[in-house]
Design a protein around this ligand. Structure first.
Ligand code: PGA
Length: 255
């Protein structure tokens, strides 16, 4: 199973910066075999990334989308618009969407189904807050998030579904989860998929860890038995740091 490492740029980079980053990454691309690398720029830079990545195995992702195909939804972007922009993956239910923009679990579920219907591969983000971890309800929170996001999903057709375990308290704080905690949560996610959709589906699922991943700690996450990649924010913004991170991940899994 290929590792999947995604750069979530959030609200950073214009078109020119995006194109320059992609060109630099392409120079190293030949060394990233058996690793799926995704760039998720803001909507406004998707076209620039698409152009700069044309002919490359590096893939394009979006950070959000609406579940409807068209309509009176000011400020929203439809799944088919992403497909039209060359997007293959879409991050859904990121904690910043849930906590800063009030995105509800039922909306996350609609987005997952709409993404799959359009042929986009969703990266479903789940994770507990610091308070929830302290209250020892992490598994309950993950279970609720998985249940509402995957309700009614035909998982056999959900090819390419990725789940990112991102503890909210670890995002952008410089304080990553311990590999033990990440493994416990990722393994719980796999068990949930196995119990509700079957062992085969759980085997196919890739679980990423996200939250203050950097070139120094990525090796400890990608070598965990239940983790197959990372969703990276801050450390993906500079080409040098992102390239170092990919190299460190590959080195760790190959050694
Ligand atoms: P971070 O962000 O790597 O900056 O912690 C991760 C994310 O929000 O996906």
């Amino acid at each position: 199973m290929n590792l999947i490492i995604a750069a979530n740029w959030k609200m950073h980079k214009n078109a020119a910066e995006t194109a320059a980053f992609c060109r630099e990454l392409r120079q190293e691309e030949a060394r990233f075999k058996n690793t799926d690398i995704l760039i998720c720029p803001p909507f406004t830079a998707l076209w620039a990334a698409r152009e700069a990545l044309s002919g490359s195995a590096l893939k394009l992702g979006a950070q959000n989308m609406h579940w409807e195909e068209e309509g009176a939804y000011t400020g929203e972007v439809a799944p088919s618009m992403l497909v039209d922009s060359g997007v293959r993956y879409v991050i859904i239910g990121h904690s910043e969407r849930r906590h800063l923009f009030g995105e509800r679990s039922d909306q996350v579920g609609k987005k997952i189904k709409a993404a799959l219907k359009s042929g986009l591969k969703p990266i479903l983000c789940v994770g507990e807050t610091g308070e929830q971890r302290a209250a020892k309800v992490t598994e309950k929170v993950l279970e609720e998030q998985l249940a509402s996001a995957l309700k009614g999903v035909d998982i056999e057709k959900a090819e390419g579904l990725v789940v990112a375990y991102e503890p909210v308290w670890a995002i952008g704080t410089g304080q990553a989860a311990s590999p033990e905690d990440a493994e416990e949560a990722a393994s719980f996610i796999r068990q949930y998929i196995s119990a509700h959709f079957g062992k085969e589906e759980a085997l196919k699922l890739r679980v990423q860890y996200g939250g203050s991943v950097n070139p120094d700690n990525i090796g400890a996450f990608v070598t965990l038995p239940s983790v197959a990649g990372a969703l990276v924010g801050g450390a993906s913004l500079e080409p040098g740091s992102f390239i170092a991170l990919i190299k460190a991940a590959r080195k760790a899994v190959l050694s």
